[in-house]
Ligand binder design. Structure first.
Ligand SMILES: Cc1ncc(C[n+]2csc(CCOP(=O)(O)OP(=O)(O)O)c2C)c(N)n1
Ligand SMILES: [Mg+2]
Length: 625
């Protein structure tokens, strides 16, 4: 019991992490699959030395600290949060490079463990290289920036502090309700300090992931609300997938006849061809889901945060007496929209609710209406898949090709630009893990790094990374890591000379695509979309990808793209399919709105017109009290 082992703080951390497992539904696995990192003076002699000493805890290189946190988050998402990766950095810029992706992980409720190095606890040699000095306190470093974006944050000023910090870090990481980025800030001197650690700290530990059940009284009330409802609609969020409740949802939907719309994180909760699957809901939603949302008298939100994309900026639900029942493991989300909160795990809650609803179902009329809307929507998707736009192809037809001709067991990953909206509408999800969208933070640069995390999580699946030229330029370098580690990615790089998405948004707010095109300046300014002829920049993204070690296939049109998909599927090596596509042809919106405030005063007429439209739409925004 009193046995101790003398280790450095860094060695003790790695030993501890190696011994943590999780268990859900009697399935057990190690919680950490290894550690990504870039070494500098802030961690090379601490965590770096420890990783060298314990090669069983696999170390992976990255090219950029932001990328590795995206990789870890994507890995965790693909694993339904039952496993993740650790990220180590030096102090200063290495640490703060993680901030963007750390915020993304927390917003998306994905566990990542961050171990940034920190300035000396001992202080006598301060200021050290890369130290932020504050005149008002010596207890400040750049790592304090992690506080608002971490679900748990701690600074380890004495080696024995990890004995109490590590279990807290684990509690948060494995909690379905509280998870997100966990940051343990590790002063560079303390990492290398030794302590006589209790051996019990390193004993194998299994963290049970519970499936909490909701309050019975509330559950019964929910059942009676459902029985009273005429037009109930399910909003399926990411929680359905993380809870592995997709099969239970299917049974619930079939038993009750309640149709379901899907959020960005929830897409794939039902197979696209299920007659009661209405597909995407909200700003980027389908006509089927958005029509039903508008009329619904009862919304059953399952594992959703109700982001503005889901609620169409609070305009999606227009029934005057609409009510909400929220099934959510996080109390915070369960209470949104003044809902009847069923705080619990999606799978067990749906099962119990289904039992209470035995014998009840929606009217035949309503079920039929939903099924008709489903079929009509499928026709609309096919229409867009069949467009053959010239001279440059349309994004919709490219999405169709990847969906039709890619491996059906594959995973598709995307995060930012015009692709997510198009994918949300058009992608036909055939299994619950096929549609991997990082849309909590919609962080440009997630795509390739995230693709690597997905492939590491499920190496047997093909991974299609769909990425725009803007996102690619922001963060493509972890193609190298994928190649280095032998994880094959198929990257579809869609070049439209800049920001198609924000260009369209800019035009919609009256600003002519200002600042969103990649072109040489004219008349001492950058050309917007009103300028017909622009001079392209001499950038060759295909050559860029080739220079990082990828196989690259350049496609001139649809037929070549189809051929490239076949080649890439046979290829065992990371392949980038490069294709130019049209900046202006887009997938329409389907009776939805997104609140992006327009300038209240302007001398430009297009802005004034946009403002007028915006003011009218705003009147549809609702409070749910
Ligand atoms: C890190 C980051 N910066 C800025 C934005 C805002 N933003 C959203 S989409 C977009 C343009 C994306 O360009 P690209 O990847 O080429 O996709 P496209 O819009 O052309 O489809 C920008 C700048 C963002 N989402 N993430
Ligand atoms: Mg682009």
């Amino acid at each position: 019991m009193n046995q101790t082992q003398r280790l450095t703080m860094a060695q003790a951390i790695i030993r501890f992490l190696q011994n943590q497992s999780v268990e859900r539904d009697n399935r057990q696995q190690k919680f950490f699959a290894g550690c990504f990192g870039i070494f500098g003076h802030g961690n090379v002699a601490g965590i770096g030395q420890a990783l060298h000493q314990y090669p069983d805890f696999r170390y992976y290189q990255t090219r950029n600290e932001q990328a590795m946190v995206h990789t870890a988050a994507a890995f965790a998402k693909q694993k339904n949060r039952l496993q993740t990766l650790v990220c180590t950095t030096s102090i200063g810029p290495g640490a703060t490079n993680m901030l963007t992706a750390a915020a993304g992980a927390t917003i998306n409720r994905l566990p990542v463990l961050l171990l940034p190095g920190d300035i000396f606890a001992r202080r006598n040699v301060a200021p050290v290289l890369q130290q932020l000095e504050a005149a008002y306190s010596q207890d400040v470093s750049v790592n304090d920036c992690f506080k608002p974006i971490s679900r748990y944050w701690d600074r380890i000023n004495r080696p024995e502090q990890i004995i109490t910090a590590l279990p807290e870090a684990m509690r948060v990481l494995v909690s379905p309700a509280d998870t997100g980025a966990v940051t343990l800030s590790l002063p560079q001197d303390v990492q290398a300090e030794a302590f006589d650690y209790p051996v019990a700290l390193f004993h194998p530990r299994v963290w049970q992931i519970a499936r909490p059940r909701p309050d019975r009284t509330r559950l019964e009330q929910a059942a009676s609300w459902l029985r009273e409802s005429q037009r109930p609609l399910i909003v399926a969020g990411g929680g359905v997938i993380y809870s592995e409740a997709t099969e239970t949802l299917r049974q619930f939907v079939e038993q009750t006849g309640i149709p379901a719309g899907e959020t960005m994180a929830g897409k794939g909760s039902l197979r696209y061809d299920h007659p009661l699957c209405m597909g995407a809901i909200g700003v980027t939603g389908t006509l089927a889901a958005n029509r039903l949302a508008k009329e619904a008298d009862l919304i059953i939100g399952i594992g959703t945060r109700y982001s503005d994309f889901t609620t169409a900026s609070k305009t999606a639900f227009q029934h005057p007496d609409v009510r909400f029942i929220n099934l959510n493991v996080a109390e915070f989300d369960a209470y949104k929209h003044s809902a009847l909160p069923l705080v619990g795990d999606a799978k067990v809650t749906l099962t119990e609710l289904g039992e209470l609803l035995a014998g009840w179902q929606v009217s035949d009329d309503y079920r039929r209406r939903a099924m008709t809307l489903h079929d009509e929507w499928d026709g609309e998707v096919q229409r867009i898949y069949n467009i053959r736009h010239a001279p440059l192809v349309s994004q919709g037809e490219l999405i169709g090709a990847v969906n039709d001709l890619g491996d059906p067991e594959a995973v598709m990953v995307c995060a930012a630009g015009s692709l997510p909206g198009d994918l949300h509408k058009l992608w036909r999800s055939r299994h619950p893990k096929q549609y991997h969208l990082e849309y909590g933070y919609s962080c440009m640069g997630y795509e390739i790094a995230g693709g690597l995390g997905i492939k590491m999580a499920e190496p047997h699946r093909e991974v299609y990374v769909l990425v725009g030229d803007g996102s690619y330029l922001m963060l493509a370098t972890d193609l190298i890591t994928a190649i280095q580690e032998g994880y094959k990615l198929t990257v579809v790089l869609m070049d439209n000379d800049g920001y198609k998405s924000i260009g369209a948004l800019s035009r919609a707010v009256g600003s002519e695509g200002f600042g969103t095109r990649y072109a040489f300046p004219q008349q001492n300014g950058l050309p917007g979309d009103a300028v017909k002829t622009v001079q392209r920049l001499p950038v060759d993204l295909a050559a860029n990808a080739r220079s990082l070690g990828a196989d690259v296939i350049e496609c001139a049109g649809y037929a070549e793209f189809v051929a490239a998909l076949a080649t890439a599927r046979r290829n065992e090596h990371t392949t980038v399919i490069y294709i130019k596509n049209d900046r202006y042809v887009g997938v329409p919106g389907y009776e939805s709105w997104w609140d992006v405030p327009v300038a209240e005063v302007s001398e430009i007429e297009t802005v004034q017109a946009a403002r007028e439209e915006w003011e009218e739409m705003r009147t549809q925004e609702r409070y749910f009290l």
